[in-house]
Structures are given as structure tokens and as C-alpha cells.
Design a protein around this ligand. Structure first.
Ligand code: TEU
Ligand code: CA
Length: 557
């Protein structure tokens, strides 16, 4: 395998709106990111991904871009962006932008022109179809709820939007669209950008056979994923995209590519794959799908373990998945997997290591190393996300009471991890001198980065130590190229594995149960590398793990 700088990169996702405000308007900005580069360097980060900062009317918080070549004034200027790239580079940190090319904003110039003349040149940039019997062309449900089609004025034409109606889908079948996009990508890469996180890439190709299927919900619509997710033929677009842009720049790419079939993984992330790495979401949805989600039973940990190991088995060393627990589209992982009464340093540090030493790339989300948690809302009006509002309407339609719907959203909403970054115990957690665009979690006086840094046993130090170990001269090759061997696979609440490389072996054991567990132990420990407690209890032939204890050891098999 050809070695690349990013093989052992530690990534950090920034939600710019909520990271650091520097001009008192209550909205995080690019100068705010520059201010914290030293913090990120100290943590050991060498790659940052910024959620979209391009010009946008912000209908979906920037995932609706109206000008790909501009920075939204809310975040700063193009010069700020160039300065960020330069300052990051000085600290060995590469910058990734978010590439949102499945759709544009409805305010993008192309779409405005398409509306004026749906049959003209720009109409062909989007997916516009005639309605059927005065209704939408078909009954696909948008991923964000409601119909996936929106009528154009009082015509009988509709445009497709897999996300909100303010995010019309681009027509990738049109070569002219593809060429515009490639040229835009190359302009950014020429500026010295490290690469991109690529949004919703599995949806580029649509199956135009448009079958009207029986509705699968009370809204009368149907889940159209088989027609617009990883549809056959997408490989032609993905190959071309890579060849025309990323490849000549040797750019790093991390695609949001959900549910790629095991047999296609090599095409996606193999040595000559379309992308350097992908996000898979197999492990992020239990909190809503599990029948007993309210209690976070230990079976959820077992399911998490099985899903994580299964995905790694599919990849089987052929490429690099991205290992993450938190992002801007989900509640904080501790809230999803740990019973509420147990949430704290031990449980969160143990959870943080379950996939940290896996083959692949590690990505942390802002606030994760500061121990940030969800802020439960008391009213629907406190949310800011269009999808959350759609979900709320849907739940009421299904017959839930307002309280029941709110309770569900307090777990499910995509917005929980988007509250402002908690830097310190000062007003507004040090995020802004103004009024924050989205309420700061009132727990900031206790939970904030400065407080974490000051404690001996803290998540911040835990992550910093884990990062240092992953990157250390002695072990980095093992963590990059070593094989993954699951152990204790049938033990309730335990996620454990060996990493083996050239005759050396590291063992990672995480007990995700509140209760202690005594496990048989047949290895010779050469050295304890890390433990989230003060000491480790290994006796002859057994290890006694405390509740939520993690041990990482160099072993002899
Ligand atoms: O999310 C895409 C998204 O909603 C996926 O999780 C989706 O469920 C998946 O593609 C189905 O296969 C991204 C961004 O992360 C999100 O914040 C944006 O709102 C969205 O795209 C639209 O740009
Ligand atoms: Ca600002």
C-alpha cells in the first residue's frame, strides 16, 4: 500500500456557526477558528473539516449553497479562509471544506434562471418533470419529510429536492453541470485546501424509472432510497469526479456515503477508490430504533459492537473507514449509549475508545473532548432545524401528543450537538460577547474545555493521550496497518480487540457496563499503555475491570 499523509490523521469536525464568535454577532466565524488552532494542535489534531462556510441563505445551516466561490459574510471573507489555510498549515493541520454538490440552494443563480425558464439551459441543471394528473411526478418522500417534489409557480412542472425544498437537486446527468462543479472544486484545491468532506454523495444518481409505489406512511409518500441511493451508474460520476479534481491534486476526500454494499467498498475506498475514506452510519441510529432506547440497555452496546466489527470485516484491510461517534447530525454519543445516571468521565472515556484504535481515520467532533452533552428543549420553538420541524409535524400526524413528540425529538433531533462550543465558565461559555444564535447549554459552568483541561482525570486528557499513542513513533504503523482481531465478542457490554502488526500486538478492552466484570485473561502484558483509571487489576489468568474501565496494553500473545 502506498503511504499517504492522511493514513494516520486525526480529524476534528468544526460546526463553524457554533465554534467561536469574534465580532459579537452571536455567530461563530472563521477568525474564531483561527483563534483556536493552537488548542487543536495541542490536542494532536492534524486535519479539520469545516461544515459549509460558503455563501448561503442558511435554510439548512449552510448545506444550501448559493455561491460556491464565496464565503458567507456571516463567517468572514475569502481572505479569512486563505489565512485559515495558511495558519493551519503552519501547525501541520490540513483544512477540509464541505463539498455540497448533490444540490444547490434555491437562491443559487443557476436555479433562479431555471425557474425563469424551466425548459432552457439552466432548467437542465436541475431535475424538472411534468406533474401527473395535477399531482407530483411520483410519490417519493424527501429525506427530510414531505414530498420530494415542489411545484414551480403555477406551472405543471415540478423540481426534485431530496432534502428541503430550498435544496433543489442538481442534474448530474448533464455534462455541463459536472464540468462547472469540477472547475469549482479545482479552484478551491488550487488555493491549498487539503481536500473535502463530501456531502450526501450516495444520492448523485437517480433512477428515472419513477415507479409510483404504494405509500408506506400516513403522509401518503414512500421511502424512495432504492431509486436515489447508491443507484447503479453512480460509479461513472464518482470516477470522473475523482479523475478531474481530487486525483491531480492528491486531495484527501471523506465522503458521506451511507450504506455502501460490502462488495462495493473496495471501489469506494480501496487503493484506487473514488475516495480516501467514507463515513458509514451503521452505528449511529440505535438510539431511535431500539425498542427500549429510553433505558440505554446493555444490548445497545452489544449491537454497537457487532455493527462496528461487521463493517470492519467487510472492509477487511482494503481501505480506511472513518471512525467517529459524534457529528452535527446526531445527539452526542454519550446520550445515545449510556444510561443517563452513568454519564460522566469514566463512561464517556470508555465509550470514546471503542473504535478509536480501529483501522481507519479518527474524527472527533467539537465539544467531544470537552465532555459536552445534549441540551433538552422544553418547547418545539427552541429548535432551529427544518428537519426537526418536519419530524415534529409527522409525529403529530401519527397521533402523538405534543409532549410525546418533544420527548422523541429530545433524543432524535439532528440539532443537539449544534449548541455553541463550551470553552470556559464565563458568560455564554466564552463562545460570544453577543446573543448566541442558538442557546448555550446551561451546564457550561461545570462542563467546558477549560474545566476539563484543569482536571487530572478528564476527557480532554484522555483524548490527548489516546491521540498521542495513535501517533507515536512506536505504535503508529501498528494502528494504521495492523490487523483487527475482535476479542470477548460474546461478553455483555464489552468492546475489545487486538491490533496486530509484524509480530507486535496491542489489546484494547472497554467495559461499557456500570458493573465490574471479571474476565479470563490469557496474555502476557508487556506494558500498560493507557487506562482511564489510576491502576489496572490483572492477576494470573484474569482481569478485573471496574465499571466503565478501559485498558490499552502492549501484549505478547
Ligand atoms: O446529511 C445527509 C443526510 O441526511 C444523511 O444522513 C442521509 O440520511 C443519508 O444520506 C441517507 O443515505 C448531510 C448533512 O450532514 C446534513 O447536515 C445536511 O442537512 C444534508 O446532507 C443535506 O445537505
Ligand atoms: Ca461572528
Amino acid at each position: 500500500m502506498q503511504k499517504k499523509w492522511w493514513h494516520n490523521a486525526i480529524g476534528y469536525q468544526i460546526y463553524p456557526k457554533s465554534f467561536q464568535d469574534t465580532n459579537g454577532d452571536g455567530i461563530g466565524d472563521i477568525p474564531g477558528i483561527i483563534e483556536h488552532l493552537d488548542d487543536l494542535e495541542e490536542l494532536g489534531i492534524n486535519m479539520i473539516w469545516l461544515c459549509p462556510v460558503n455563501k448561503s441563505p442558511m435554510a439548512d445551516h449552510g448545506y444550501d449553497i448559493s455561491d460556491y466561490d464565496e464565503i458567507d459574510p456571516m463567517f468572514g471573507t475569502l481572505d479569512d479562509m486563505k489565512r485559515l489555510i495558511k495558519e493551519a498549515d503552519k501547525r501541520g493541520i490540513r483544512v477540509l471544506m464541505d463539498l455540497v454538490v448533490n444540490h444547490t440552494s434555491s437562491e443559487h443563480e443557476w436555479f433562479q434562471k431555471a425557474l425563469e425558464d424551466p425548459d432552457g439551459r439552466y432548467g437542465k441543471y436541475y431535475i424538472i418533470r411534468e406533474g401527473k394528473d395535477g399531482k407530483e411526478p411520483n410519490n417519493w418522500r424527501s429525506i427530510f419529510g414531505g414530498s420530494a417534489w415542489e411545484r414551480i409557480g403555477d406551472t405543471d412542472k415540478y423540481y426534485l429536492h431530496l432534502f428541503t425544498k430550498w435544496q433543489p437537486d442538481l442534474n448530474w446527468e448533464n455534462k455541463e453541470v459536472r464540468e462547472e462543479i469540477y472547475a469549482m472544486i479545482n479552484r478551491w484545491l488550487d488555493m491549498g485546501l487539503g481536500g473535502f468532506r463530501i456531502d450526501a454523495i450516495s444520492h448523485l444518481k437517480k433512477d428515472f424509472t419513477y415507479e409510483n409505489l404504494p405509500a408506506d406512511g400516513v403522509d401518503g409518500y414512500v421511502n424512495g432510497f432504492p431509486y436515489f441511493r447508491n443507484v447503479k451508474g453512480i460509479e461513472t460520476f464518482l470516477n470522473e469526479l475523482k479523475k478531474e479534481t481530487f486525483l491531480p491534486h492528491d486531495a484527501f476526500t471523506l465522503a458521506e456515503a451511507d450504506d455502501v454494499a460490502p462488495e462495493d467498498l473496495e471501489d469506494f475506498i480501496g487503493e484506487d477508490g473514488y475516495f480516501s475514506s467514507i463515513f458509514d452510519f451503521c452505528h449511529t441510529r440505535y438510539h431511535v430504533n431500539h425498542p427500549k432506547w429510553k433505558d440505554r440497555p446493555v444490548e445497545m452496546i452489544n449491537d454497537l459492537r457487532d455493527a462496528l466489527f461487521q463493517k470492519q470485516e467487510y472492509v477487511n484491510g482494503r481501505g480506511f473507514l472513518c471512525n467517529f461517534l459524534d457529528n452535527h447530525d446526531t445527539s452526542r454519543s454519550a446520550e445515545r449509549f449510556i444510561p443517563r445516571e452513568d454519564i460522566g468521565y469514566y463512561s464517556m472515556s470508555a465509550l470514546g475508545s471503542v473504535n478509536f484504535f480501529f483501522p481507519g481515520i479518527v474524527f472527533l467532533y467539537q465539544g467531544q473532548a470537552a465532555g459536552m452533552l445534549d441540551y433538552r428543549k422544553k418547547s418545539i420553538d427552541e429548535f432551529r432545524d427544518p428537519t426537526t420541524f418536519n419530524m415534529y409535524r409527522g409525529y403529530l400526524q401519527e397521533g402523538m401528543t405534543e409532549e410525546q413528540a418533544l420527548e422523541k425529538l429530545n433524543v432524535e433531533s439532528r440539532e443537539h450537538a449544534r449548541t455553541p462550543m463550551q470553552w470556559n465558565a464565563q458568560e455564554n461559555a466564552g463562545f460570544t460577547d453577543g446573543t448566541p444564535w442558538f442557546a448555550v447549554n446551561p451546564n457550561y459552568k461545570e462542563i467546558n474545555l477549560e474545566a476539563e483541561k484543569g482536571k487530572e482525570e478528564s476527557l480532554y486528557h484522555w483524548y490527548r493521550k489516546m491521540i498521542a499513542l495513535r501517533k507515536s513513533d512506536e505504535y503508529s504503523e501498528l494502528f494504521i496497518y495492523g490487523s483487527l482481531i475482535p476479542v470477548y465478542e460474546k461478553t455483555d457490554g464489552v468492546i475489545a480487540y487486538e491490533r496486530e502488526y509484524q509480530g507486535r500486538c496491542v489489546l484494547v478492552i472497554c467495559n461499557l457496563k456500570a458493573a465490574p466484570q471479571e474476565l479470563p485473561f490469557g496474555w502476557n502484558v508487556k506494558k500498560i499503555l493507557l487506562s482511564n483509571h489510576k491502576d489496572v487489576n490483572i492477576e494470573k489468568e484474569k482481569i478485573c475491570l471496574r465499571g466503565y474501565e478501559t485498558v490499552i496494553a502492549d501484549i505478547e500473545k
